[in-house]
Ligand binder design. Structure first.
Ligand code: SF4
Ligand code: SF4
Length: 383
């Protein structure tokens, strides 16, 4: 049976009822703030850490007993928020606290590699074609091709032929602008999702007017790997596959492979370490070389500062641009969020994370609680 309004039930019902989050709504506690991730509807709601702590305390206590717990001045506030969460379909009242077992957060994939990046020069496309044939053997899901030349329609057509024989579901191409896209004589496969022309005279985006649904973008920027690894809210991903992967793996590098324009096989396009050349070894041999998979298993719970951040299971984790290149567990260098005071750079009162603690290679980042409390009192009027 489903019960909806807490205060109605307190008046009417003799049953013992318990507030529960739906199994797909997961509470993630940060240093100062918590978030409930709704992994099914791909949305979030911010809650205080006090609510999180009260929820933990009252988890197996029925709402009538909570209401009667006069020693706790926060109980009515807690019940009001819980009621609001039920109204917004984040939770429910159940008559048996064991009704909703926790979500299983195991992660696995039948694919050895899920996403690949090829850096190429399409004016000399043989290496590109060979790389795609090699990747086809790995049954990848998504492929990005970064072309530092100007990809012509013949190369595009040949790519289309090659990927039609592969398992790849999504292809993104970045190449240089030569002229505005007019029309192609043939229909590209549905696998092509986006073609971006860089160094274009203007920034324009449109959908192709045929059945392919390809997005064509013109960007006045250049392809620059130094731009990779930015941390912004618009890059956050809230869904079950990302969340479960983030529990066990690195959310950028897990099952990723890159082949650069010289055929060197790497973890990511911005990294320098090569595990061999595609002309000499197979991709499988490179992946199985010692060290290649190490970064796959570094997850947010191990990263300085990120482990205290409420966004940690929706944020992509860059391991290339990090605050201390000698410490692989240091925070992404391009993060401009401070989870100790819940502010982004540019917001009033923001100070960088470095002002909230001390960092040493031996201990990692150690937050200075006194300083953080002072800052939070100043910014928010509370600790
Ligand atoms: S590790 Fe960093 S630089 Fe490399 S692909 Fe990921 S976000 Fe980009
Ligand atoms: S601290 Fe920055 S990089 Fe780390 S999880 Fe939070 S937003 Fe992402």
């Amino acid at each position: 049976m489903i019960f909806t309004n807490i205060f109605q039930q307190l008046k009417n019902n003799d049953n013992s009822l318990y507030f529960r989050f739906w199994a797909n709504c997961i509470f993630v506690k940060g240093h100062r703030k918590s978030i409930v991730y709704d992994l099914q509807r791909e949305r979030i709601i911010y809650l205080s850490n006090l609510f999180f702590e009260t929820y933990q305390r009252y988890k197996n206590i029925d709402i009538k007993s909570i209401y009667a717990d006069s020693k706790n001045p926060n109980r009515i506030g807690f019940l009001k928020i819980a009621n609001n969460l039920i109204d917004n379909d984040f939770g429910i009242l159940v008559d048996n606290p064991k009704t909703l077992p926790p979500l299983i957060t195991d992660y696995d994939s039948p694919l050895l590699i899920t996403n690949a990046i090829i850096k190429t020069d399409s004016s000399n496309p043989e290496l590109l074609y060979n790389s795609i044939k090699s990747l086809s053997n790995l049954r990848i899901q998504a492929l990005r091709i970064d072309d530092h030349s100007k990809m012509n329609n013949d190369v595009l057509k040949k790519l289309d032929d090659l990927v039609r024989q592969s398992s790849c579901e999504q292809i993104y191409i970045r190449t240089n602008f030569s002229s505005y896209f007019d029309k192609m004589e043939y229909q590209l496969s549905f696998r092509f999702r986006q073609i971006t022309y860089y160094n274009a005279p203007a920034d324009i985006e449109y959908e192709r007017k045929d059945n392919s649904d390809i997005t064509i973008k013109y960007s006045s920027k250049s392809i620059n790997y130094k731009d990779c690894g930015n941390v912004e809210k618009k890059y956050f991903t809230i869904n079950l596959p990302f969340f479960t992967e983030a529990q066990h793996h690195n959310t950028c590098l897990n099952r990723k492979i890159c082949i650069d324009a010289n055929g060197e096989i790497k973890n990511c396009p911005a990294m320098t370490k090569s595990y061999g050349n595609i002309r000499d070894i197979t991709l499988k041999e490179a992946i199985n070389k010692p060290g290649f998979k190490d970064l796959w298993f570094i997850c947010k719970d191990q990263i300085d500062v990120c482990k205290d951040c409420e966004f940690r299971y929706m944020c992509t984790d860059c391991r290339c641009f990090i605050k201390d290149p000698e410490n692989i567990y240091s925070q992404p260098a391009k993060c401009t969020y401070n989870p100790y005071i819940c502010l982004w750079e540019g917001q009033e009162g923001y100070v960088p994370v470095e002002e909230c603690g001390t960092y040493s290679r031996k201990t990692g980042f150690v937050p200075d609680k006194k300083r953080i409390n002072e800052l939070n009192r100043k910014i928010w009027g509370e600790e």
